[in-house]
Write a protein that binds this ligand. Structure first.
Ligand SMILES: *Cc1c(COP(=O)(O)O)cnc(C)c1O
Length: 227
């Protein structure tokens, strides 16, 4: 099946309230254009230089149809570049990083939406804050006060090697924290989006309350990093 057919099929399959972010790392310009023309609304990028090159190469009329998300680990010295084209940064993993984004957003004169990344139990992936409610609450309360970023959600990856069913308790734990934070009604800290689930795990993630899934392989086919 083509990229367009894959997208349309999955879009028809998942509930309407679930946003699909196409994880575009290693994909070509032609693949992205096909996907956007098929109706994709959101594109996620991992690597800043690859993302900038892709963004620059796409026709204005195409790239303005979608929201651009940063879903890869973001180094502080790359924040300015990301703010030039991203609408949303999903990988805020410390208060310090949020402050750095806030400062640069102020200098650029436009706000950016951010999600806090929660690391659910993967020993190897260092990214994200620990899956601890008190730690999350503390960072949400402080990030909510920053004026040039809009805190809008949480993002989580999950241990890579697990079967989807084994991920369920991890997803459930993040959803519980998401709900508890929202019960606090922190001004500026209302979480609307829970970004969790990838090609192998999106069904379980949606069952556990995800309203944003990030899909690569299932839309585009297997990745080839040596292209
Ligand atoms: C690559 C990637 C995805 C998508 O992974 P697939 O398993 O190919 O669907 C989702 N989220 C992040 C952060 C990624 O880097």
């Amino acid at each position: 099946m083509s990229v367009a057919e894959n997208y349309k099929q999955i879009r028809a399959e998942v509930p309407e309230h679930v946003t699909i972010v196409a994880a575009a790392k290693t994909r070509t310009k032609e693949e992205l254009i096909e996907l956007i023309e098929a109706g994709a609304t959101d594109i996620g990028q991992n690597y800043v230089q690859e993302a900038v090159d892709m963004y620059t190469s796409l026709p204005a009329e195409i790239k303005s149809r979608v929201r651009w998300h940063m879903i890869g680990n973001l180094q502080k010295n790359k924040i300015n570049k990301v703010l030039d084209f991203c609408d949303l940064i999903q990988t805020v993993d410390s208060y310090e990083k949020a402050v750095a984004i806030d400062k640069r957003a102020l200098a650029k004169g436009h706000k950016v939406a951010v999600y806090i990344e929660v690391n659910i139990g993967d020993e190897e992936a260092k990214d994200g804050i620990p899956p601890d409610y008190e730690i999350l609450k503390d960072i949400v309360e402080r990030v909510a006060l920053l004026e040039n970023i809009n805190l809008e959600g949480l993002m989580t990856m999950g241990p890579f090697t697990m079967e989807p069913e084994e991920l369920r308790p991890y997803f459930r734990q993040v959803k519980e924290m998401f709900d508890r934070i929202n019960e606090l009604k922190i001004e500026g800290g209302e979480l609307k989006t829970l970004s969790m689930g990838m090609s192998g795990s999106y069904k379980v993630a949606i069952e556990e309350g995800s309203n944003m899934i990030r899909l690569g392989t299932i839309l585009f086919g297997a990745r080839n990093y040596n292209k």
